[in-house]
Design a protein around this ligand. Sequence first.
Ligand SMILES: *Cc1c(COP(=O)(O)O)cnc(C)c1O
Length: 391
Amino acid sequence: MTIPDPERPAVLGGRPVRPAGPPGWPRPNEAVSNVLRGMVESGEWGRYLGQHVPELCRRLAEFHSVEHVLTCSSGTVAVELALHGVGVQAGDEVIVAAYDFKSNFQNILQLKAVPVLVDLHPQTRQLDVNQVETALTEKTRAILVSHLHGGVVPMPQLRQIAESRSIAIVEDACQNPGAMIDGCRAGTWGDVGVLSFGGSKLLTAGRGGAILTSKAEIAERIKRYVMRGNEAYPLSEIQAAIVLPQLDLLDEFNKRRSNAVVRICAEVADLGLSPLQLPSSRLQPAYYKLGFRYDPGQFSGLARDTFAEAMRAEGIAMDPGFRANHLIHATRRFRAVGGLAEATRADADLVVLHHPVLLEDNDAIDQIAKAVRKIRRNAAAIQQQQCRQTS
Ligand SMILES: *Cc1c(COP(=O)(O)O)cnc(C)c1O
């Protein structure tokens, strides 16, 4: 069978929908260039202490309407410090979704606490708040909850449960800085919230993180822990200085990304990719990754990983989602609540689109559905080649 060239998927040697590949990140940013030039000229680039870290803390506190902001060297460290800040100790239980960022699971172990894995909500594929009551024991100290792949956890409901049992919430907003949930920013619903400035994130300094809280005792406990005669996990002046101009643009960019997401979802919903959750009046999400359930039945049975690979060959930054933590860690490391069926499904069928394309024009947005259609039409041929390669 011969396929005419513009129709031929790039994995089968055809011309990619985006021959130049996916857009890079971070985007060129004149304000960042100016800040860096200024710091080089003034010598601030080499200083331990300066005005930029305190200024970033002040601006993040104002943006989120929280009392205290601490910066640190990564989102991963920020989660660890936040767990420490709410008093998690060896032997405590911490409730966390079975499908979550790998380092969140490992951070709980780092504190010698026990991850108690709960399932995902079948619709939104976020931590299922209805499972939390069942997960509680006298040892439960905290709930570590992240908003993933453009969806959000219903925080008012989760907070009600946590408050009635005096359990702390650590809210991981690394994937959705600036998102609004029922009128409050993501990261402010928990006793403590966490942001990442990692190199692929919406606010980036290459590395870095921040901790948000309105509780003085949590901020104090974290400060005492990181101060070992000197700061143990600092964010540098340069890092803080380049996050600041990005914060100015965050709401505008989140809005643009949301509009792009609505457009993409409308185009691909009938093609076998269903979005997890859409923006609404109560929810203005932020998109680091845009997650979809992939239905192989709509693609002649083409495996999820092969589909993602074919999309990448078309120049679209799409990847399989996370591995679920109950499937990759020894069972003695955690306690599972129920069968975790939905997290197991998420492990197998989620794909995520990386965010940089969401700031591009409509033509670029429409190329995503174009690539999906092309792969869908040729799914059987891609499948066949895959079989030939692996046999
Ligand atoms: C990126 C991320 C983190 C932290 O990542 P760092 O690279 O350590 O800054 C934490 N949680 C989630 C859900 C993330 O996506």
